[in-house]
Design a protein around this ligand. Structure first.
Ligand code: NOJ
Length: 774
């Protein structure tokens, strides 16, 4: 069928639907609220729905991974059968304009009403152009950059057939053992909410178009709702038990921010939340998400999450699980086949109503209308656009900039860095990450071609070609790898010490040792929790041998989570946290090492001194017995074997220049209802090079009806300063800044006294004043 025939046929059906709908007199819009609020779209949804059989409706609520037609023909498995009945509403993991076109054609052939399929994917940090992992990118604190990389990812994804993205992941997390911290924006709710907004704006193209029907915009997904990041013990998929007030205070806000920004869909989380698994949690989805927050977009489950209600001990069988999820307000079933197998029977026996199904299907159809799929089901399948968009020079450049901005300089004693090109130096280049290529994109680099990412050695070779710096290489040791094929996850490729001697001898003949170590990319991401977050294998042992040479050591780490670098922080001279920087890894790290790029990133997640400190985050409560470093005493809230403070705190990150904070002032010391205070501070670049600084505003509500954290981030500004330059930064403090969640779960503003700091990190208390709210 050509496009025009399709359109005519389709609109004839709609007309018919509209007539039949008028005849029945009952309108879907009487009990369904649309996401768009657009009466024209509502009428169209109404019309299509009125033509659908119950089976067809249920089919729309059914989602598969794209394995049913991998070779071009409908496979003979169950998903293939549903496709032949036109009973698949959405498919994920299919890429490529041509392939998606082919799959859509098959769907159109079998769908009686010609309802287009919605193609989805996890485009987490770029499709083909791989940007740094989201946690790393968040360390840039550069919201504009995050919006741009999300936009680029969406542009590539939509050119590849994808119209629905399972991102951003906006789970709050305080536990670096949890491998999925790599996908989020760290530990702070204020910053994470802004990042959530930026990524939603970027994916959906809100700033540029605000129109999902463009062929380069797609639907973003706020996931995973909710508290998935609070898994007990940091073990993925584990239970969460969180007070309601803490949900409101810490775990909900990024999701509320995403809704305010216009996010089109939500994904459920796998975890049991306070005794009710999220995917069957009516309070969460109906009372909170739908009724309280008025979210009218589409809710999809996570992978097999309905089925998992059975082992959770919440549903007795798949039919029961289907009923519980539908009752909770879930619209689409990813993989479980619970809806497609059981909803009809549940309607027939009266356990659920057809109008419940109608509402879910309406939400799905509305998205398809908004995306323009009913006008042209192949609108995301333009092979020419795909060629133009994919990995274009602009995106490669953006990936390079994003990688530079994500790298955090954690330590730099005696200004050992940068290793300047014009200063003659023999550098011993050691470690498994010198030539490591595969890991550089990190996890969830869904279509990022790992063979294209630039290694550290390649970056250094290019950077220092013809300079006075020379490199001498020894790998020293290997990265241990995971074998997931065995029944138990086991470590394979256990490294030995056979490469140590050569590494030590290379190190002896050098002026400085540059070591590149880290985690293989499979060690973070989904189902990659660790109980020991030190450098895997014998990398630390190698460092200990290198240390014995007495030469200065610069350590570059590539990893997906905060690590326990306590030994390293004590024993090496400089630490560069590179994370997984993506496609342009080697170039970006070489830029930082050489000083061509002055590092500007700051941590968005605390680095613990050991796993025993976890969960660790800067905005903790004070307790009744706070530890006072000035007056240590017994029976205080502290460990007997480790300090309370993290190794590297939230907000920490060094530069090759220095910034002086001075002249902190408030225009007044108190404000009242409707008023505000302006805080100003001068920031001076006192060093020898230009640089960027992330200036942070923290407050503490000293006494409140609900105890408040020791400090909370309430604002920040990233500013560029030429050497010698001073700029005055201004922050406004108003009721928005001091409000918190009261015991009735509503925001409240209370009179009282507050501490205020404008600081270089969460641990910096040198610029402090007080103010009051009357
Ligand atoms: C499981 C993950 O938890 C989720 O984030 C992802 O979107 C789905 N799989 C689909 O790949």
């Amino acid at each position: 069928m050509n496009k025009n025939t399709f359109k005519l046929g389709f609109w004839a059906l709609i007309l018919f639907g509209a007539i039949s709908c008028d005849q029945s007199g009952s309108k879907l819009t009487d009990y369904w609220k649309s996401y768009s609020g657009d009466p024209k779209i509502e009428a169209k949804v109404d019309s299509v729905l009125s033509l659908m059989t119950l089976e067809e409706k249920i089919g729309q609520m059914n989602q598969y991974s794209a394995n049913f037609a991998a070779t071009g023909e409908v496979a003979d498995n169950q998903s293939g059968e549903y496709l032949k009945k036109g009973m698949i509403g959405s498919t994920f993991n299919a890429f490529g304009a041509e392939k998606v076109h082919m799959l859509q054609e098959q769907n159109m052939k079998y769908s009686r009403l010609k309802i287009p399929m919605l193609f989805a994917a996890d485009v987490i940090h770029g499709l083909e152009t791989t940007f740094p992992i989201p946690l790393a990118e968040a360390c840039s604190w550069d919201l504009d950059l995050m919006e741009k990389t999300a936009r680029a990812a969406a542009n590539e994804a939509t050119a590849s057939g994808v119209a629905w993205n399972f991102a951003p992941m906006i789970d709050m997390a305080h536990d670096p053992r949890w491998g999925r911290v790599m996908e989020g924006a760290g530990e702070d709710v204020y910053l994470a909410s802004l990042v959530a907004r930026a990524r939603v704006r970027g994916f959906q193209g809100i700033s540029d178009y605000n129109d999902l029907s463009k062929n380069n915009t797609l639907i973003a997904t706020a996931k995973h709702f909710v508290a998935y990041g609070a898994a007990q013990g940091g073990r993925d998929y584990h239970t969460t038990d969180i007070s309601e007030i803490n949900l409101h205070e810490t775990y909900f806000p990024p999701f509320q921010a995403a809704i305010e920004e216009g996010v089109g869909s939500f994904m459920t989380s796998f975890n049991d939340l306070n005794g009710v698994p999220a995917t069957g949690n009516k309070w969460l989805y109906k009372d909170i998400l739908r009724d309280s927050w008025n979210f009218n977009g589409l809710v999809v489950t996570d992978y097999t999450a309905i089925m998992e209600l059975i082992p959770h001990g919440y549903a007795k069988d798949l039919k029961h699980a289907a009923q519980l999820s539908l009752d909770a307000g879930i619209d689409m079933d990813m993989i479980s086949e619970a809806f497609v197998m059981h909803l009809k029977e549940l309607v027939e026996e009266g356990s659920i109503t057809e109008s419940q199904i109608d509402v879910a299907v309406a939400r799905i159809l509305e998205m398809k209308f908004l995306l323009g799929l009913f006008d042209d089901p192949y609108r995301y399948c333009d092979v020419e656009r795909e060629k133009e968009v994919m990995m274009n020079d602009g995106y490669i450049d953006l990936a390079h900039k994003a990688a530079q901005k994500a790298i955090v300089l954690l330590k730099n004693d005696n200004n050992i860095l940068p290793l300047k090109k014009e200063e003659s130096k023999r550098v011993a280049l050691i470690g498994p990450f010198v030539d490591e290529r595969k890991s550089l994109n990190g996890e969830w680099a869904i279509k990022g071609d790992r063979s294209k990412s630039v290694t550290l050695r390649e970056g250094l070779d290019e950077k220092y070609a013809g300079s006075k710096v020379s490199f001498n290489f020894a790998k020293g040791t290997d990265l241990p790898l995971l074998d997931r094929k065995t029944e138990k996850v086991s470590v394979v490729n256990v490294p030995d010490r056979s490469g140590f001697a050569k590494a030590v001898s290379v190190a002896r003949n050098s002026d400085v040792i540059l070591v590149a170590m880290g985690e293989n990319y499979h060690w973070s991401g989904e189902a990659a929790s660790r109980s020991d977050i030190t450098l895997p294998g014998n990398q630390r042992e190698l460092l200990k041998e290198l240390k014995k040479t007495g030469k200065p050591i610069v350590l570059v780490v590539f990893n997906g989570r905060p690590l326990d670098l306590s030994w390293e922080a004590k024993n090496v001279d400089a630490i560069v946290e590179a994370w997984y920087p993506g496609l342009m890894s080697g170039h970006a790290v070489a830029d930082v090492l050489s000083g061509d790029y002055n590092p500007s990133a700051k941590l968005v997640m605390s680095f613990p001194r050991n796993v025993g400190q976890i969960p660790i985050f800067y905005n903790q409560k004070n307790t009744g017995r706070p530890f006072d470093a000035e007056r240590p005493a017994d029976y205080r809230s502290n460990y007997i074997d480790v300090e309370n403070t993290p190794l590297f705190p939230f907000g920490h990150g060094l530069s090759y220049t220095n910034f002086k904070y001075s002249n902190l002032k408030l225009d007044k010391n108190e404000f009242s209802k409707g008023g505000s205070i302006t805080a100003t501070i001068d920031i001076t670049n006192t060093g020898n090079v230009d640089g960027e600084e992330i200036v942070q505003l923290y407050i503490q509500d000293i006494v409140a009806s609900v105890t408040r954290p020791v400090k909370e981030l309430k604002g920040f500004e990233k500013l560029a300063l030429k050497k010698g330059e001073t700029k005055t930064i201004k922050f406004t403090i108003n009721e928005e800044t001091i409000k918190f969640i009261g015991l009735d779960m509503q925001p409240v503003v209370e009179a009282g006294d507050f501490n205020l700091w404008i600081a270089a990190s969460s641990a910096d208390v040198s610029n402090h004043l007080k103010f009051s709210y009357k």
